[in-house]
Design a protein. Structure first.
Length: 538
């Protein structure tokens, strides 16, 4: 005993190192003699953080409730290590310290309350947890939230038995009939239920999700708690139903939180119709989440919902749906049928892009023929909006579409529907299936409606000349084709000859010679002769 007293005397030494060494040795010896405890309390009163920290660590192992009045003030120390050591010292005293903490809380500042709450959470006992729940009462929303957050780390470290006990204690607190907890306390308790990450808590959480009379902050915390507690969404249809109900509701803040929660869940295909309605709401954030969910469901109902969004929603949302539907294998035919029904040219091109993104070649023959027939009907009637239809048919079967388009263009030409025939031939000539004969027929029709103005600017803009130039570059025998073409007059030959003679192409001289031969005395013949002389001299 004399040795203990001699070491304890060193706790009052002027040398800081000796005082620290004495505290460490006495702690190892486990001595709880009054002289030891008094000396350790003296370290707390030294105002030196290093001594205070060692004193707290020793008292946490050796001390008792009697030392609490000296320990508690250090929970607010300006030194972080001292504060941490003070929390540890109080927590080490266990349930014996709970009454003193409760008493201190009644007069503590908000900052000290948070520290005391953290201390209770660190204790981890049922008594401490019960006391912590009780402290939620009478606090404002933020203070109650902070108290709940203090529990989180401790819950993570608790074993299964401890978690079950905390779940039971929290549910008893929420179910209290006599003096029911305040909304702020309920919200904090629900947050704790979520932190427990136990699906057994969902039954309690759902009651608050569905309770339309519950305060906003309570329902908000219930939605967030679902994110922690729900493990397998397929087993809890009632939870999903409640979340969807909030997502469809008029409270935009609650709806936003609910939709954010739904985003991380796998929803059953049976909810496709509700998600479709939600995807059509004015709130773009809610709509986006609903669309994301639909994109993950490769069902006929989900695909149809996304296709309907492309048809009916504003462009930005329609384009988003278009990107999502590309992953659905059966979307192509649905999109093509929607294209058949639409009368909006802009929407038709969106649908055409969507069909292509889904693999446009997957359309069956019957549907392809329907699309092609609809396009040809519009072309024949001189209506607009046929281009997207034709592109879809071409993607499905380019060769058949080219043959059918060639046949249609020929019929329109014979029927003297020149403008419509030209539209058909232009479309045909933009495809890889077009032949040089097709290109020549288009050039001939373009020339047939040309003003034949030899001014350089007019010739530069003439589509007929452009096409003839392309054919010459492809080594097509334009001269032979022109001589066989009954729609080409002497004026056309003069016009083409004039242009290509200036370009130095042999076709120009050949055509001008024909003009001179057939009409030597006309003004056109004389101009052709002069042009030839200029070409020869050049």
């Amino acid at each position: 005993m004399k040795e203990i007293e001699r070491i304890a005397a060193m706790l009052d030494s002027d040398a800081v190192e000796k005082r620290i060494a004495a505290a460490v040795v006495l702690t190892e010896l486990g001595s709880k003699a009054p002289v030891v405890l008094a000396g350790l309390v003296g370290l707390l009163e030294s105002n030196l953080p290093v001594l205070q920290r060692h004193g707290l660590e020793a008292l946490g192992k050796l001390g008792g409730v009697k030392q609490l009045p000296k320990i508690l003030p250090l929970l607010l120390s300006g030194d972080a290590e001292v504060r941490s050591a003070a929390v540890g010292a109080v927590a080490a005293l266990g349930d014996d310290a709970v009454p003193a903490i409760k008493e201190r809380m009644a007069v503590a500042s908000p900052e000290e309350k948070r520290t005391l709450e953290a201390t209770l959470a660190r204790m981890g006992s049922g008594t401490a947890f019960h006391t912590l729940l009780a402290t939620l009462e009478g606090q404002d929303q933020e203070a109650a939230r902070q108290a709940a957050l203090a529990v989180r780390q401790f819950i993570k470290d608790a074993d299964a038995k401890g978690r079950r006990a905390y779940l039971s204690e929290t549910e008893k607190f929420l179910a209290r009939k006599k003096a029911p907890p305040s909304p702020n306390a309920v919200a904090a308790a629900i947050k704790i239920l979520g932190f427990l990450e136990d699906e057994k808590a969902l039954a309690t959480i759902v009651t608050y999700l569905k309770d339309e009379k519950a305060p906003w902050q309570v329902r908000q915390e219930a939605v967030i708690a679902v994110r922690f507690a729900l493990k397998e969404s397929g087993k809890h249809a009632n939870v999903i139903d409640a979340l969807l109900g909030l997502a469809e509701g008029t409270d935009r803040s609650l709806a936003r939180t609910a939709t954010d929660t739904l985003l991380g869940l796998q929803l059953p295909p049976a909810l496709a119709s509700r998600l479709a309605r939600l995807a059509g709401t004015a709130d773009s954030d809610r709509a986006k989440v609903a669309m994301e969910q639909l994109s993950q469901q490769n069902t006929k109902e989900a695909t149809k919902a996304l296709v309907d969004l492309i048809v009916t929603q504003p462009r930005q949302r329609a384009e988003a749906a278009m990107g999502m539907v590309a992953n659905h294998p059966d979307a192509g035919p649905m999109l093509a049928r929607a294209l058949l029904k639409t009368t909006d040219a802009d929407r038709a091109w969106l649908l055409r892009k969507a069909v292509k993104a889904c693999g446009g070649g997957r359309l069956d023959r019957k549907l392809r023929d329907e699309v092609l027939e609809a396009a040809f009907e519009k072309i024949s009637d001189g209506a607009t909006g046929w281009e997207a239809l034709l592109e879809v048919a071409r993607d499905a079967d380019p060769e058949t579409t080219a043959d059918a388009l060639r046949e249609l263009a020929g019929k329109l030409k014979k029927a003297k529907k020149e403008d419509r025939a030209i539209s058909a031939f232009r479309t045909l000539c933009r495809s890889p299936q077009a032949t040089d004969d097709d290109r020549y027929l288009l050039a001939s029709m373009e020339l047939s409606r040309s003003k034949l103005d030899t001014h350089p600017l007019s010739r530069e803009r003439d589509e007929g000349i452009k096409l003839v130039d392309q054919l010459l570059n492809r080594r097509f025998d334009v001269g032979k084709a022109l001589r066989k073409d009954r729609s080409i007059t002497l004026e056309h030959k003069f016009y083409l000859g004039f242009h290509f003679a200036e370009k130095g192409h042999p076709l120009g001289e050949d055509l001008l010679e024909e003009v001179v031969k057939e009409s030597p005395r006309t003004k056109m013949g004389k101009i052709a002769r002069n042009k030839l002389k200029l070409a020869e001299s050049a």
